[in-house]
Design a protein around this ligand. Structure first.
Ligand SMILES: Cc1cc2nc3c(=O)[nH]c(=O)nc-3n(C[C@H](O)[C@H](O)[C@H](O)COP(=O)(O)OP(=O)(O)OC[C@H]3O[C@@H](n4cnc5c(N)ncnc54)[C@H](O)[C@@H]3O)c2cc1C
Length: 404
């Protein structure tokens, strides 16, 4: 019987194990148990997939969309959900087609994946793979001795949240076989600012638009965001982080539109009306009708207007400058937050060197990759775990020689 070794017991490795057929399968996981990263996903609830139609799914893949077509078509969200169900977990679908375990406990997803993997594989925990080499067979050196396999699936994840075990070992293993590694960068991550925003820390905003223009291309997102001690975070910022992570960032600005629903002339009319109603009040007070108080000093500073200016004495130029700042408050970007704090790693094993149907290396026969170790990353909403599972399934079937 063919011997398949799977390195890594996350979503990708466990799904790969579950889909192996007619093989002696051993999964090696360095943690004391499998699925440590899954445990913290979806704030402990695990948004395990997104049950949207595939034509809506693909645009959510930021890098690797084309590569994912084959494996996702073969294992779309409903198939993954059925698979999880057969592992014993009941699921529910929430707003935006996001799928969670009925219990809201990520541990139930882990249990289901481990149950399914155990049907086909032996899971060995507390085993750290140190190196992989190949002559006739693959030799896997671990801290618990050597293992011999005919086929290997590398499912070691990226380099984010290293405490969960994803420390980038897979890149090192892949390089030994000649694979190019696209430099790992943070994705779905906060953005650190040069501008001092300490006074704004904790301020969360809804219905705003954040935009960044890089190399002539504008990335713009509408929704919720928040200020941290070092910069900005929250849903729309995480998305922007994924879009801008492959551009060199050096002092570019992120612009926040606090009133995206108001056209500039409508906003101007609103300012005229507010100033007319409160002619003897300070601007800093009048603007509380329009903006959160903490933001007002920043808007006035960018507009070059003294906060003490009374409503009746605001000039037309000042009003225009104010309206512009409300719709374009600029903060200088320092860079993306540290990769360890990113929800996902962008970059990894170059997809050009991997067969998208089987996940087999084009450089080394019998070597396969699955999950976040590959240069694939998607937006939030359950898309990343689904990609890990779909690539895992494809690798498991192909490595064990199955035909499903
Ligand atoms: C805070 C957070 C929240 C998230 N929430 C969601 C969400 O709700 N929905 C979603 O779709 N995605 C979410 N993600 C992303 C998602 O968790 C990952 O994309 C997915 O888990 C990747 O699975 P993987 O199996 O490829 O890698 P991993 O889950 O990283 O698994 C890799 C495994 O390999 C093991 N390993 C590594 N090196 C070795 C070695 N040398 N020897 C042995 N074992 C090794 C590791 O210990 C680890 O268990 C979230 C991520 C984070 C950090």
């Amino acid at each position: 019987m063919i011997r398949v070794g799977i390195i890594g017991g996350g979503a990708a490795g466990l799904t790969a194990a579950a889909f192996c057929e007619n093989a002696h399968v051993t999964l090696l996981e360095k943690n004391e148990k499998a699925g440590k990263k899954l445990y913290i996903t979806g704030k402990g609830r695990c948004n395990v997939t997104n049950n949207c139609a595939l034509y809506e799914f693909f645009p959510k893949i930021v890098h690797g969309e084309k590569f994912m077509m084959s494996s996702l078509n073969a294992f779309p969200p409903p198939a993954f959900m059925e698979f999880l169900g057969s592992g014993g977990v009941r699921l529910k679908t929430e707003r935006g087609n996001r799928v969670f375990p009925m219990s809201d406990k990520s541990s139930d997803i882990i249990k289901a994946l481990v149950n399914k993997a155990k049907e086909k594989a032996e899971i060995l925990t507390d085993v750290t793979v140190k190196s992989i080499s190949r002559d006739e067979v693959f030799k896997v050196e671990t801290d618990r001795g050597e293992y011999i396999f005919d086929k290997i699936i590398i499912a070691t994840g990226g380099v984010s949240y290293k405490a969960t075990g994803s420390t980038g070992d897979g890149y090192k293993f892949a390089k030994v076989f000649g694979h190019k590694i696209i430099t790992p960068v943070p994705a779905l991550c906060a953005i650190d600012l040069i501008s001092d925003v300490k006074l704004l820390e904790g301020l969360s905003l809804r219905n705003v638009r954040a935009s960044v223009t890089l190399c002539g291309k504008t990335f713009s997102e509408f929704g919720e965001m928040l200020f941290t001690d070092k910069g900005v975070s929250g849903p729309i910022i995480l998305t922007l982080g994924s879009y801008i992570n492959r551009y060199p960032l050096k002092g570019e600005k992120i612009y926040i539109d606090f009133k995206p629903a108001l056209a500039p002339n409508t906003l101007d009319e609103r300012l005229i009306s507010d100033f007319g109603e409160m002619p003897n009040k300070d601007l800093s007070n009048i603007l509380t009708n329009l903006l959160p108080s903490a933001i007002i000093p920043y808007v006035l500073a960018q507009s070059g207007i003294n906060p003490r200016t009374k409503g009746h004495s605001v000039t037309r130029e000042q009003r225009y400058a104010l309206g512009f700042s409300v719709k374009n408050l600029a903060f200088a970007i320092k860079g993306l937050a540290d990769i360890d704090t990113a929800v996902i790693t962008s970059g990894g094993v170059d997809l050009k060197e991997v067969n998208p149907k089987t996940m087999e290396s084009k450089l080394c026969e019998g070597l396969y990759f699955a999950g976040e170790v590959l240069d694939i990353d998607a937006l939030t909403g359950g898309f990343n775990i689904q990609c890990a599972a779909a690539t895992g399934r494809a690798a498991g079937i192909a490595a064990s020689g199955g035909t499903k």
